[in-house]
Write a protein that binds this ligand. Structure first.
Ligand code: IPM
Ligand code: MG
Length: 362
């Protein structure tokens, strides 16, 4: 009997539907090979949802996601919705989905592939061999802290407020995910905060230090976020696993991603304590190339692999997909964003076909 999984697909906006179509085809092929069956349900999120329902996260989407084994998201947003009020923006839908599914742990790997070393804007000797994981807290900190808003002062002047807050429990649960991730990787964890200035960061540092007693096999270090930003571009190879709060993680994970020079290659996973995880590329919806068959579908495909590995506990299927991606790169297949001299320039669809061929030959 085939193992059956219910997968919610959120193709979203921009290049989302194109890259999602490739990931779905890849999943079907791997499923057939390994006797896994996927029941896909599409739901609306972001701009697509705003257009259809006027809400960026319709209730139906949240309940469909909750009733599935995993959620695969492509990308959301675009110029068209940029000037809507905050509660109606595509990003608000994504934040609501993270909160609604309790996805407090965001895993963002940044690994330099040997085939793409020259795509980095940094020197080869600096980035060759970079392989890190940023563990970002995703449902707390300044993104969700209260009070928030724009208030009027006594003099009638407007004052914008957001609050960076973490409870001990919130720090501990992301800390545990990070220590466990480090255990499975290189055994090194760097916690990033701003404890020289912020009380919330001092609490963060104290709790992470306390937790480290339970993980004697993990070597813990701490960096202030400014120093971490500097070290990321100076000596990125020193990092194995990084753990940090929501805002610092947002910023540092983009920097880490860009070390690889190919943000179109990077997947991510968002996990909660229980229930379905959310898997999505690190890149955005690229509205400038939407509908032109130019997008790189590999981050989406690798997000499907992360879904198999972290969400569905099917590591063999994940390995197969990751191998196929390396194989097409070895063959010289490239989309525009990772193109270099002498390689074969392919569109989104053709890259998908090449992947499927690689899988079928494996
Ligand atoms: C990300 C994005 C989101 C974030 C935006 C789209 C709300 O930048 O996933 O990193 O800030 O978390
Ligand atoms: Mg971001």
């Amino acid at each position: 009997m085939a193992q059956n999984y219910r997968i919610t697909l959120l193709p979203g906006d921009g290049i989302g539907p194109e890259i999602m179509a490739v990931a779905v085809d890849v999943l079907k092929v791997v499923g057939k090979q390994l006797d896994l069956s996927f029941e896909f349900t599409e739901a609306l999120l972001g701009g697509a949802a705003i257009d259809a329902t006027s809400s960026p996260l319709p209730d139906e989407t949240l309940s469909t996601c909750r009733n599935s084994d995993a959620v695969l998201l492509a990308a959301i947003g675009g110029y068209k919705w940029d000037n809507l009020p905050r509660h109606q923006r595509p990003e608000t839908g994504l934040l609501g989905l993270r909160a609604g599914l309790g996805l407090f742990a965001n895993l963002r790997p940044a690994k330099i592939l040997p085939q793409l070393v020259d795509a980095s804007s940094l020197k080869r000797e600096v980035v060759e061999g970079v392989d890190m994981m940023v563990v970002r807290e995703l449902t707390g900190g300044i993104y969700f802290g209260q009070p928030r808003g724009v208030f009027e002062t006594e003099t009638g002047e407007k004052r914008g407020v957001n609050t960076m807050a973490y409870t001990e429990a919130e720090i501990d649960r992301i800390g545990r995910v990070a220590f466990e991730t480090a255990q499975k990787r290189g055994g090194k964890l760097c916690s990033v905060d701003k404890a020289n200035v912020l009380e919330v960061s001092q609490l963060w540092r104290d709790r992470i230090t306390l937790l480290s007693k339970e993980y004697p096999d993990v070597e813990l270090s701490h960096l202030y976020v400014d120093a971490a930003a500097m070290e990321l571009v100076r000596r990125p190879k020193q990092f194995d696993t990084i753990v940090t709060g929501n805002l610092f993680g947002d910023i540092l994970s983009d920097a880490a991603a860009m070390l690889t020079g190919s943000i179109g290659m990077l997947p991510s996973a968002s996990l909660g304590a229980s229930g379905p995880g959310l898997f999505e590329p690190v890149h955005g919806s690229a509205p400038d190339i939407a509908g032109q068959d130019k997008a790189n579908p590999l981050a989406q495909v690798l997000s499907a692999a992360m879904m198999l590995r972290y969400g569905l506990n099917q590591p063999t299927a994940a390995d197969k997909i990751e191998q196929a991606v390396l194989q097409v790169l070895d063959k010289g297949d490239r989309t525009g964003d990772i193109m270099s001299e002498g390689m074969n320039l392919l569109g989104c669809r053709a890259m998908g076909d090449s992947l499927i061929q690689a899988l079928e030959e494996s």
